[in-house]
Design a protein around this ligand. Sequence first.
Ligand code: SIN
Ligand code: CO
Length: 378
Amino acid sequence: MQVDQPLPLLGGLSPAQFMKRYWHKKPLLIRQAIPGMQPLLERGELLDLAARDDVQSRLVIQQGISAKSPWRMRQGPFARRSLPPFKKPGWTLLVQSVDFLDARVQALREQFRFVPDARLDDIMISYASDGGGVGPHFDSYDVFLLQVQGRRRWRIGRQKDLTLQAGMPLKILADFQPEQEFVLEAGDMLYLPPRYAHDGVAQGECMTYSIGFRAPDQVELAQSLLQGMAEQLADVMASKRYRDPGQTAAAHPAHIPAELQAFAQEALHQALRDPHLLARTLGEQLSEPSAAVWFQPPDTVTGLQRGVCLDRGTRMLYDDRHVFMNGESFQASGRDARLVRKLADCHFLTSSEFARLSPEAADLLGQWLDCGWLQPLE
Ligand code: SIN
Ligand code: CO
C-alpha cells in the first residue's frame, strides 16, 4: 500500500498524513471523497439482503413525540412487506457486513486498507426515508460515514457527557450538544473518531455506508484468548501432576495448601510463557470470518491462468511466524512465506507467483481454493 501519496478519498491528504493528524483523534469532513458516487447496491438488492436470516439487519422507526417511546427498533430478517412504505418518513434500515457479501462493496473496502486489516470491522449500509436516522449517539469505534445517495444532515459534538437516555431500545444520548453541522451529498464523507457524539438525519431518501472499525476491549480479549488458548494447551504444555510427598498431617483440613496454590500459579505461567501460543490464538481469532459468510467450493475446476485472489468473505492476516486465514493458522518460511504474505497484503497472486510456491504450499493453496477461501483470478 502506497501511504505517502495524496488521495482524493482523504481530501488530498496521504494516508500517512491522515493517520498522523486525524485517525483516532479528530473528525474530518471530506467533500467529494468519491466523486460521482452512486449506490453500489440498488435499494431492492439491499432489501433482499435484509430478508436473509444469516444477515444482521435492524429497522429503526421514529414514532413522534406523542408515542410512548419516540424510538422503535426491530431486528431482522425483514420480509419486504414488513417494512414501512418508502413514502412514510422517519425510518431507517441498517444492514451489516455487506462488504463480505457483495464484491462491489468489498472493492470499496479495499480503499480503506491504509488502516490495518485487523482493525477493519465491516461496511454497514443504511437506507433512510425522509427524516430517518438513528438518533443522537456515539459509537465506540472509528467510522467513515460515506454518503452514497441523497443528502444527510450531520450534527456532531465532542461532548464529555455520554450518558444515555434510559429505557430506549437503542443508544440515544440524554443531552446531545452539537457543535458543528454539515449536509453531506453523494460522494462526501465524514470521518469520526470513537466516542464522538453524532446525529445524522436524512433529507429525502438517502443511503449512507459506514466503514466501521473494531478495537478489542481488554477484558473481552483476555477472556476469549484464555478460552482459545485453553483448547490448545494440551498440545503445547507437558502434563505434570501435583505431588506432595512433603505434606504434613493437616491440623486444619479445609485450608488449601499454599503449595497447591503455587502449583496452580505455575501452571498458568507455563501456559502464558509460550509467546507463540498467544500470538497464534490472537491471529486465529482476529481472522474469524463474519457469521454471514458462507464459502462456496467452486462448481468446476477452473484454470489458474491468471492466478488466485481472496474470496470476498475471507479474512487473511499474518505475523512474523504465522499466516492466519478464516480462523486457522499456518506456518510458512522463506519464499513461501513471502509469497503468502503478498497474497495477504495484496489479496491476489499472479500465476507466475503461484508457480514459484513450493509443492507443499501450492497444495495448501489448492485446498484453500477447494473450500472457496480463494478464487481463481479473472
Ligand atoms: C446511519 O447510517 O444511519 C447511522 C450511522 C451512524 O450514525 O453510525
Ligand atoms: Co454512529
